[in-house]
Write a protein that binds this ligand. Structure first.
Ligand SMILES: CC(=O)N[C@H]1[C@@H](OP(=O)(O)O)O[C@H](CO)[C@@H](O)[C@@H]1O
Ligand SMILES: [Mg+2]
Length: 545
């Protein structure tokens, strides 16, 4: 049949190392770049099949996000700009692990199971981050698409959320926006300018933000959008890739996990700063105080700021729309308490991984979702968008209600609803702070984080840990959860859980408690329990201090 001969020949140029097995994990495939050429070619094939199946454009992003420069990875993007549906993740894993000679039968199997019409046209958008391996790996994706007779468009260097945006624009025939990087900048920057008009006179200092670009794609793209912002926002960009190494001692993941400033940034006490991750789908804020102490405003603080802003606007607009915040087990206990008890919003907890949060957020009129690490966005239901649109364009009302509706309308336009987006989130946060006349310190005092600690434990097979209750409790191995419960009881305001990582070969341990000493001690003791009950390898975990 058509193209199989071509696939067979071409796949020989992208051979699979015999015996290599990889999984489509929390965020696609991710490992050392040297092992990924065949994966990329095959994901080009799979994206082509997915496009034929959905009769829509599919995206393929080559990136390993916050991983070190030597790694790479690939994520597939479904028609509305969301992550690949989980029912196809199995196919991705199958194709990835099939030995060379079984590739065509494996493809035919998917075609048959999904009843794919092979004469249907296929279109695939491809993007890549700044890793040195990304150029040849994205070429392998393009080869895969071509081999199966699909059309492709190579966007070259883009952030992950930009590619999600392009896919959504394309499949909504431009209703979501124009499927170009310029179109993306125009939509976001125009919405930002509109929102900024609602801020009272701001000094240059207040308009200033320091950005740590993680030496990655985000630095390039934030510089590009800066020129569209007409000095409504004044950026100093550090770690722009001209000297430092990608994600090395910098970027959102480093700042969140280490709870300290990235290297390569020069700031004064009180300056508002943010860090992107390696593919610019995450953002965290921070500042240092006059004592030099570091203060982090993570995804939880961002979710609180945004949901407060939206709830106030919905009230002012007298719109009866249900707003909810979606978090994971990593959300700081103080944030959950504040959202539920002070703000009175619905809070949902899902498993780790953006696809879970995204789906949960879709169930509400307005769903704000953020992982504590700074990956998140806001989703508006079609009904919510329509109600807001209607009120904003109602010529009979000229009052506070309409003003709120117009603010909501521009907020919708500034947000990338397809996926978490560091640039879009940054603009929204900057607009909210400007409109509310709020400093980063004032934002920080909305609630105080419980001190917390995240650790990793190496075990021989992390799958021995199975969890339940949105990963907050371990079901296996026997005795582990009882041990954790016993340890948690020793500390005040304490909570701890463990889960196998979906992106690294480790078990993650999280603990929070009334003091940093307690959180550190609890995290260490839980690590020891994991080490002894779940097959720890290497040296026993050492205390932090
Ligand atoms: C604790 C943590 O931050 N985990 C991250 C990390 O997943 P793990 O499954 O924990 O490795 O990478 C994911 C993909 O970027 C992200 O969605 C998630 O939040
Ligand atoms: Mg990322």
């Amino acid at each position: 049949m058509a193209h199989f001969k071509e696939v067979s020949e071409q796949s020989g140029l992208h051979p699979k190392p015999v015996g290599l097995v990889l999984q489509y994990g929390t965020a696609g495939f991710r490992t050392n770049a040297s092992q990924l050429d065949h994966i990329m070619f095959r994901m080009g094939l799979l994206a082509t099949l997915r496009s034929k199946k959905t009769k829509a454009t599919i995206g393929v992003m080559v990136t390993a996000s916050h991983n070190p420069e030597e790694d790479n990875g690939v994520k597939l993007i479904d028609p509305m700009g969301e992550m690949l549906t989980s029912s196809w993740e199995g196919y991705a894993t199958q194709l990835a692990n099939t030995e060379q000679e079984e590739l065509i039968p494996a493809l035919k199997d998917i075609i048959e199971k999904e009843a794919i019409n092979m004469s249907q046209e296929a279109n695939v958008f491809v993007g890549k981050d700044t890793r040195s391996s990304s150029a040849s790996l994205s070429k392998a994706v393009l080869d895969g698409v071509k081999a199966l007779g699909g059309n492709s468009k190579d966007y070259g260097l883009v952030t992950t959320p930009q590619l999600h945006y392009m896919v959504c624009c394309q499949n909504t025939q431009g209703k979501y926006g124009e499927a170009t990087v310029e179109g993306y900048y125009n939509k976001l920057s125009q919405a930002f300018s509109q929102l900024a008009k609602n801020a009272s006179n701001r000094t240059d200092d207040q308009k200033h933000l320091s950005v740590d670009g993680a030496n990655g794609i985000g630095a390039i793209k934030v510089r590009e959008i800066e020129s569209h912002l007409k000095r409504n926002l004044q950026l100093s960009i550090f770690n722009d890739g001209s000297r430092g190494k990608l994600n090395h001692q910098c970027g959102a993941d480093f700042v969140k996990v280490q709870q300290k400033l990235p290297t390569g940034i020069e700031i004064n006490p009180g300056d508002r700063c943010c860090s992107f991750d390696g593919d610019a789908d995450r953002i965290v804020y921070y500042y240092t105080d006059s004592q030099g102490d570091f203060h982090l405003l993570d995804g939880d603080k961002i979710a609180t700021l945004i949901s407060t802003f939206l709830k106030e606007l919905l009230n002012e607009a007298c719109l009866d729309l249900k707003i909810a915040v979606v978090q994971t087990a990593y959300a700081n206990g103080s944030s959950t308490y504040y959202l539920e008890n002070t703000m009175n919003v619905i809070v949902k907890c899902t498993k780790t991984g953006v696809k879970h949060l995204h789906h949960a957020a879709q169930e509400f009129d307005v769903g704000v979702y953020f992982e504590a690490n700074g990956h998140g966005t806001v989703l508006f239901s079609r009904e919510a968008e329509e109600k807001i649109q209607q009120l904003a364009s109602d010529t009979n009302i000229i009052d506070e209600r309409k003003k709120a509706a117009l603010l909501l309308q521009n907020t919708i336009n500034i947000i990338n609803q397809t996926v978490g987006d560091a640039i879009s989130d940054m603009l929204l946060i900057e607009a909210i702070l400007a409109i509310k006349g709020m400093t980063v310190q004032q934002w920080d005092t909305i609630y105080s984080d419980l001190p917390n600690r995240q650790l990793k434990v190496k075990v021989s097979d992390r799958r021995v840990i199975e969890t339940t209750d949105a990963e907050r409790r371990a079901v296996t191995p026997a005795g582990l959860q009882d041990a954790i419960d016993g340890l948690v009881k020793k500390y005040r305001q304490a909570r701890s859980f463990v889960r196998p990582s979906g992106t690294e070969d480790v078990v993650r341990v999280y603990a929070e408690a009334e003091t940093q000493e307690s959180a550190d001690a609890l995290a260490h003791e839980v690590s020891l329990a994991v080490y002894s009950l779940a097959g720890g390898v290497g040296d026993e975990p050492k205390p932090l201090n």
